[in-house]
Write a protein that binds this ligand. Structure first.
Ligand code: NZQ
Ligand code: ZN
Length: 385
């Protein structure tokens, strides 16, 4: 097992009706800014619950954080925070709102051009405002991690940053908040959590026995609950399992002490930045093709994945690997998510554009062996046409 440091200070408050706990979770004297996305938080009644729980605290609001949050929008929130001397942020939404809040928390305390936070991937963040979250969409794990992804609209640049200063202080996870999600977002959430797990599991063996079993358990849980999560939106236990599984997939635990890939994410971010494809859908396009292209360096783990996750035990090594990749693709497609660029009306011009953007953003040595060069990315994307 590789050496590691594990740190995760986020308190999780999980269950039905837990939004009311904000009354105790947010400091009584805080000057609070609630951040949210489009219309959903108001329409579902979650914002009303949040306002009620905050009681007579001084509270302001900032709405309009878009999916794939933009730097341009978030800087308006930063201005409000500084102008109004806000000292506590509360994100109400999915990964985009939470990521956006992380950026606002860091940028409000940052001296200099805040875009540098993204350019330096967070290494220059030395402090941030404290913030909590009310999660409404299980997918990203942002509610219990220290990463965020922000897009600069003007240049189609989608970059991530990480900092120990942007872990949420707390996150409220009420599975009933997911009941209003459209099937498209549930499907996205399942795929995102699945690929987060794969990016930290399907690399090469380092004798991380518990991490492997834990990752396989998360993958099998997602496969098991997926049909019901789509068909029965108000099945509490199914949604509770989806919510907690998605959190566990990217809260640092399964990634501790093992190699990590993340190439599907980096290539996928370019597809979102250029063409606006939902984050999870970009992963569904890239991952099956990437697993096939990297089958030699990932061979041992692909065979383990085939056997333990998909119970594939007959045939040659290559046949079992082929079958495991095919099952992965079929799983994504069964959720209504196309795994081909053509499913999004994109052709070879998109391959050229993505490869060019990867080069511009320095994404030229991706993967657990840093062997995914722009040429390999091109091969992966061409096989996904
Ligand atoms: O904007 P509103 O009206 O609120 O609607 C949202 C949005 O349109 C809607 N929604 C959210 N909760 C709802 C709801 N609709 C009905 N009922 C509810 N309870 O869902 C839509 C999508 O929301 P969004 O937050 O964009 O989705 P998601 O949680 O998938 O977040 C995606 C973003 O997270 C980043 C992605 O790159 C992308 O920008 N990621 C963040 C990560 C992290 N911080 O660790 C890791 C991930 O790999 C990912 O990159
Ligand atoms: Zn993701």
């Amino acid at each position: 097992m590789q050496s590691f440091t594990f740190y995760n200070p986020t308190q999780i408050i999980f269950g039905r009706d837990k939004v009311a706990e904000l009354a105790h979770l947010v400091p009584a004297s805080a000057k609070v800014l609630i951040l949210y996305g489009g219309a959903s938080a108001e329409k579902t009644g979650t914002l009303a619950e949040v306002r009620a729980a905050l009681g007579d605290r001084v509270v302001q609001e900032f709405g309009g954080i878009e999916p794939n949050p933009t730097y341009e929008t978030l800087m308006k929130a930063v201005e409000q925070v500084q102008r109004e001397k806000i000292d506590f942020l509360l994100a109400v939404g999915g990964g985009s709102v939470i990521d956006g809040t992380k950026f606002v928390a860091a940028a409000a305390c940052f001296e200099g051009d805040a875009w540098d936070i993204l350019l330096q991937h967070g290494s220059n963040v030395t402090r941030a405002l404290p913030f909590g979250t009310v999660l409404t969409l299980p997918a990203t794990g942002s509610e219990m991690n220290n990463g965020a992804v922000v897009t600069r609209k003007a240049t189609h640049t989608k970059l991530a940053f990480m900092s120990r200063h942007v872990f949420p202080v707390f996150s409220v996870l009420d599975p009933t908040k997911t009941f209003t999600l459209p099937p498209r977002q549930i499907a996205n959430g399942i795929v995102d959590a699945f690929v987060h797990t794969v990016e930290q599991y399907l690399t090469y063996p380092v004798q991380g026995l518990a991490q492997d079993r834990f990752a396989e358990g998360l993958l099998q849980t997602l496969i098991e609950i997926a049909p019901k999560a789509l068909a029965e939106p108000e099945d509490y236990d199914t949604r509770a399992n989806l919510m907690w599984t998605a959190t566990l997939a990217l809260n640092g635990l399964i990634g501790a002490g093992v190699p990590q890939d993340w190439a599907s994410h980096m290539i996928g971010h370019e597809l979102t930045a250029l063409y606006g494809i939902d984050h999870a859908r970009t992963l569904a396009i890239v991952l099956p093709s990437l697993l096939n292209a990297q089958r030699n360096t990932k061979r041992a783990k692909l065979l383990q994945y085939a056997e333990r996750v998909w119970h594939l035990t007959s045939g040659s090594d290559d046949e079992r690997i082929d079958a495991a990749i095919a099952r992965t693709r079929a799983f994504f497609e069964s959720l209504g998510i196309s795994t081909r660029l053509s499913g999004y009306d994109l052709g070879s011009e998109a391959v050229d554009a993505v490869v060019k953007q990867l080069e511009t953003h320095g994404m030229t040595r991706l993967g657990e062996h840093q062997d995914i060069t722009p040429q390999v990315s091109r091969t992966i994307l061409e096989a996904a046409l």
